[in-house]
Design a protein around this ligand. Sequence first.
Ligand code: SF4
Length: 444
Amino acid sequence: MNRPVLPTAGPGCSDAPVLKERGQHEVFCGLTGIVWLHRKMQDAFFLVVGSRTCAHLLQSAAGVMIFAEPRFGTAILEEKDLAGLADANEELDREVARLLDRRPDIRRLFLVGSCPSEVIKLDLARAAERLTAEHSPRVLVQNYSGSGIETTFTQGEDACLAAIAEKAPATDTARLLLVGALPDVVEDQALGLLRDIGIENVAVLPSARAETTPEIGPHTRFALTQPFLGDTHAALTRRGASHIPAPFPFGEEGTTLWLTAIAEAFGIDRSVVDRVTAAPRARARKAIAARAETLRGKSLFFFPDSQLEIPLARFLTRECGMEAVEVGTPFLHRGLLGPDLALLAPGPGISEGQDVERQLDRVRAAAPDLTICGLGLANPLEAEGLTTKWAIELVFTPVHFYEQAGDLADLFARPLRRKALIGPKISSGGAEGRGADSPPPVAT
Ligand code: SF4
């Protein structure tokens, strides 16, 4: 059997100096998370309490659901609400009553805060309590913030899962909790791997339906599948659950280390993980190797955006042979990212937060082969001759675990192949400037 070589513990970038920046940042807001959360949570409705801008963002990012009833919407704050001339709470209660009357399928209602609702200090936590009292037990009403004030787009999911964790039922049962909204097919693969190594009692946060909301207690061990779940980690810890620290399951190495850490936490011998994962590890290595031909030796620059930057830099440098110049992250939560940081070879600059003009100066000076950044920066940088990858695609595309490892590497190889095909000078705008493999831009 081909036993995986687990890396020896070294400091890697654990002690590397971190450039902390607190300037202007260029990111989407947390409302974006509704796009994937509403697909995952099949009896939930996300009601954004916001402006027409928020409604446009959602509509553009999530598209129009023509054949199905939508499970997200915007209660629009008009000028009279913003000016304090109307009681926004009364209007909200009325809209929620109308919505729940018309939609008996809704079991969970999330009131999602926005920049406007936070600016006028509309207390959605109190509104959620009031509306739960009115509509329970049929509907549980909860709230979280998706506002663009001080957030980046993946914080929307984090805030939503933290809100669920706070209110989840209590239990004393020992179990594993898998945390993070994954596409169903990827979640099934993870559950299959865990079952095969002998872990049967696994719950998932977020659950597809209200009645399967996971119970949480002091014997709950939880494994995160996404590195942006800092608030959820804190909420679960407050409920007595304990975290299983591990590199995130991106690529062959990350997935193996993630499974090994869980197996160890449940007293399962490493040889079981080796046996169960031998075939998928070999498939993942083969799939990555094919894409690594394009990636090997190429330099890489991450703008802080999705919070996946450090685990992906670890994957791209260690498994695909790329060289990281700078790895920016909106937040550096060492409790979550420590194991990935320790595997990242010393060398790249590590930055936390953003001062976008300074970072643009640095990326121009470095002229990396590939820049991973937000939508707003990608087109201008392409126009300057840099090759870019949109960070938001990393969250919309299935990229976790062994079977997706090749696709994950391919997300980064495609823009480089495109560049090689059409030559070094790329004109600004249009499909060429965006990259043929990227979806069309969304408005914000
Ligand atoms: S940043 Fe997001 S929450 Fe804020 S106004 Fe714009 S769309 Fe709404």
